[in-house]
Design a protein around this ligand. Sequence first.
Ligand SMILES: [Zn+2]
Length: 92
Amino acid sequence: MRQVIIRNSIRCRRCGDEIESRHRHDFKWCSCGSVAVDGGTAYLRRVGETGLIEDTSIVEGGLRSHFDEIAEQTRGRNQCRTISSASSSKRF
Ligand SMILES: [Zn+2]
C-alpha cells in the first residue's frame, strides 16, 4: 500500500512536546528525551517509548503501517509496562 506522508509528527505524552520531522534526516527528540521522530516525508520512524507516543502525523493512505512497525518492536514490553508506568513513572 502506498503511503504519502504530508506531516511526520508526534506528541510526547510525558512532557507534552510536539515534535515534527520535516525532512529525511531531521531527527528530533522531545524535551524530556522519551520519544523521537525521524524520516520527514520519506518514511515514518519513531524512537523511544511507544506508549508515550501520540501520533499527530498526516498521512494519505492510512496512518496504520508505521504504528505496526513500532508495535512489533516493543509489543511484549509495552504491555507489562502500561500498568507499572501508571502507578509509578520511574525511569532508570
Ligand atoms: Zn517528552
